[in-house]
Design a binder for this molecule. Sequence first.
Ligand code: TNX
Length: 542
Amino acid sequence: LAFLFLVAAFSCENKEEKIFTEKDINIIPKPIFTELNTGSFKFTNDTKLIAETKEQQNLLRSFSIKLEKVSGIKTEVASIVPTTNYIQFVVDTTLKDEEYNLAIKTNAIVVKANAYAGFVYGLETIKQLLPVAIESAALVQENWVVPNVEIKDAPRFKWRGLMLDVSRHFFEVDYIKKTLDRMAMLKMNTFHWHLVDDQGWRIEIKKYPKLTGVGGFRVNQEDKPWNARPNAPLGTKATYGGFYTQEQIKEVVAYAAERGITVVPEIEMPAHVSSAIAAYPEFSCLAKPIVVPSGGVWPITDIYCAGKEETFTFLEDVLTEVMDLFPSKYIHIGGDEATKTNWETCPHCTARLQTEGLANVEELQSYFIKRMERFISSNDRVLIGWDEILEGGLAPGATVMSWRGVKGGLEASAEGHDVVMTPGTHCYFDHYQGDQDKEPLAFGGYTPLSKVYNFDPIVEEMTLEQEKHVLGGQANLWAEYLPTEEQSEYMIFPRLAAMSEAVWSSKENKDWTNFSGRVKELFKRYDVMGVNYAKSAYQITT
Ligand code: TNX
């Protein structure tokens, strides 16, 4: 009897076929071309998943696991294409690097792409077409169908980044992975990992164990918002902090790669390095012991000494280990906000000025960066740094991240350098996104959702030649005021959705009103996922 009842229930569910309308298509970032057709594709226990390479098959397998968890439907990877009811990945070399075409028809789903990333994006689009319950953690009663659509899609920019500062506050590997999942959902492909700053050194370096042993921890103080860390004991001992072991770093890099994401490490120099100097004071001009500062102190004069040869040996050793861990073409060396007062009086720096024929400390900073650039490019990588690396003359072959507005980007691209645009006005996610009185304490500034949405990495003043040097754009999340994962999430979402459309979608396809509608649907997905997004972001800006 139970069996009959089940059969009856099943056939009943089958009869009420869902009719899709344009309103059901809420993909973020908006694809270049979308056509809705009648009919739909239904996932069943007979659905087969077809791909050529191991890598692509693993991608389909992870989708299969996700689907089974929420639906109980058991799909499987197969090698023979059945006559009907399958998803197939087809390599199409006529498509561009990250481009994909998605055709959903009643009998099958075909994703065409040139390379792995395209298949990732095709699958992410399929997930966004599925009921939001696909993001649930447990079994849900749902109709597991997707509308018949024809989608042609490719990104406008190849650098679509999110920077996370894990120095000012430390975030566990699990949170990093969660963030990578959420980036992949929005087709963001570059995770810029700010691993070094004054308040903590976060990456294990085997040759210099004190970097993490000493530089990874600081005294927790409750009186200052930028220091307080719940659950860390207060007092005078350096009890708050943490770091990633090299094994964990490899794990994160691999996890990101599976999602089409490159991890770009940032190893700050010559400033923002109190954590390193607390561990190895000999690499600073004064060589005096300091403690890892808790924050709120600025400017900081203890920076690496540009005169001592040992500093460069140390940094090359560090970068050698870093390059072994990160396959990324780009290695970020920071370069921002160097207070050079100690360089002015340091005998080693004075000697360096003389032997190198440098006029001033600006030129010394340029010497420093150029030397690191030679080292990085001799290892077949590309140096990227904040726009201060332009000062005193930019190293040949260097790429610039423009943060103090768009000036640096304009200047560098005019000189023929590649640039990533991250102007503070539109890309700083440590700024408020709603009414300051009602929002949790933030760094300052006001960058609501609509402003992020209106960000364009291409600036009006740019010539066509300069435009070609714009790799893309990036959101930066500085963590001075973000002691918890919940707060970090709150600042990232939904603004990252707006950023994704600013760097992925074609200009013609961008429309704030239309995006606001789709973002409401995204909120439903985030609710299921348990993302602590800022609801205020939406109310304030519409
Ligand atoms: C400036 S942006 C910094 C960071 C701060 C941030 C706060 C940049 C390259 N340097 O050290 O955290 O402002 O918004």
